[in-house]
Design a binder for this molecule. Structure first.
Ligand code: PEP
Ligand code: MG
Length: 321
């Protein structure tokens, strides 16, 4: 099996009936790129930049960040690299930032909420990204977007920094896509409105599932409710993909679900364009997708979306193989 996977390393990803999707990787540091390339990744679908900020006693400087982003972009050549801006809070703490102790950290002051109120943290990251943008195919993504105003505000700060850099004589790419993570149900439900303004969506199912099912992703006692195949989740995912396509935008997924062999046929049938997963899942996923008929799975879409339970969905998917 390993040999079969190796042969697919430099191949694009097609379903049995010839529909192309993109298989990209989740990374945490520039050092992860070797693994992405060795495992046949067609790009980076989620660069979790938190690691630059963790395990130290102060904020990373703009130049430190620039070096990291430039390194990732250069190593990936012209392949897409989706960088997520800082997503601290929730499960990710930073002692030097003095974040408040909260009763419900997952529902609290984190990610884009924190960045919009702390521009001295947000702007240097955006500047570092913009400066690095000329070295590859950069896409910028904001985490934990709950409202359109948040996206507009984040994007306008980004555009301001772009103008600032240009007036300082610094070159910035003209073709940076700006998108959002869809990991909050309000955004999944109103994806149609977002789709007019964002360049792409990346569905963060790790959080989307916990918020939709009201089941903490770290709490064992309620893990039985953490159900990726629950029809509620699948309907939200479908809504996001349909909204993206109605505006000629693309929809990806960067939660764990994107690399899951039961979810992959469902997601292919729903029309997901980009699957971002840990690098080691890419070749198995490519092998699986080559054996799947997108048309057949798409024909089962309404049936799957109207099912009542996750078990019913899983049973049906298993019966299709
Ligand atoms: C997600 O929420 O699905 C996601 C990819 O982000 P993280 O796991 O970093 O919260
Ligand atoms: Mg998340």
């Amino acid at each position: 099996q390993k040999e079969e996977w190796a042969k697919l390393k430099d191949e694009p990803t097609f379903s049995q009936d010839g529909v192309q999707v993109e298989l990209v990787a989740n990374i945490g540091t520039p050092d992860d790129i070797t693994g992405v390339i060795n495992n046949g990744g067609e790009g980076v679908g989620l660069y979790r930049t938190e690691f630059l900020y963790m395990g130290k006693n102060e904020l990373p400087t703009e130049d430190e960040q620039y070096d990291a982003y430039k390194s990732v972009l250069e190593q990936m050549k012209d392949k897409p690299v989706v960088v997520r801006t800082l997503d601290v809070g929730g499960d990710k703490e930073l002692n030097y930032l003095d974040l408040p102790k909260e009763l419900n950290p997952f529902l609290g002051f984190r990610a884009i909420r924190f960045c919009l109120e702390n521009e001295h943290v947000f702007r240097p990251q955006l500047r570092a990204l913009l400066r690095a943008s000329i070295y590859g195919n950069l896409k910028i993504m904001f985490p934990m977007i709950a409202t359109l105003e948040e996206f507009r505000q984040a994007k306008s700060i980004l555009m301001e920094e772009k103008d600032n850099l240009r007036s300082e004589g610094v070159e910035v790419s003209d073709s940076i896509e700006v998108g959002i993570m869809v990991e909050i149900p309000s955004t999944a439900v109103t994806a149609k409105q977002f789709a007019k303004e964002v360049d792409f969506f990346s569905i963060g199912t790790n959080d989307l599932i916990q918020y939709t099912m009201a089941a903490d992703r770290m709490n064992e006692r309620v893990s039985y409710l953490y159900q990726p195949y629950h029809p509620a989740i699948l309907n939200l995912v479908n809504n996001v993909i349909e909204a993206a396509h109605s505006e000629n935008k693309w929809a990806g997924m960067c939660g764990e679900m994107a690399g899951d062999s039961i979810a992959i046929p469902i997601l292919l049938g729903l029309g997901l364009d980009e699957f971002s997963m840990s690098a080691t899942s890419i070749l198995p996923a490519r092998t699986q997708i080559r054996s799947l008929s997108k048309e057949k799975l798409a024909a089962a879409k309404d049936k799957i979306l109207s099912m009542s339970t996750a078990d019913e969905v899983v049973e049906y998917i298993n019966s299709m193989e």
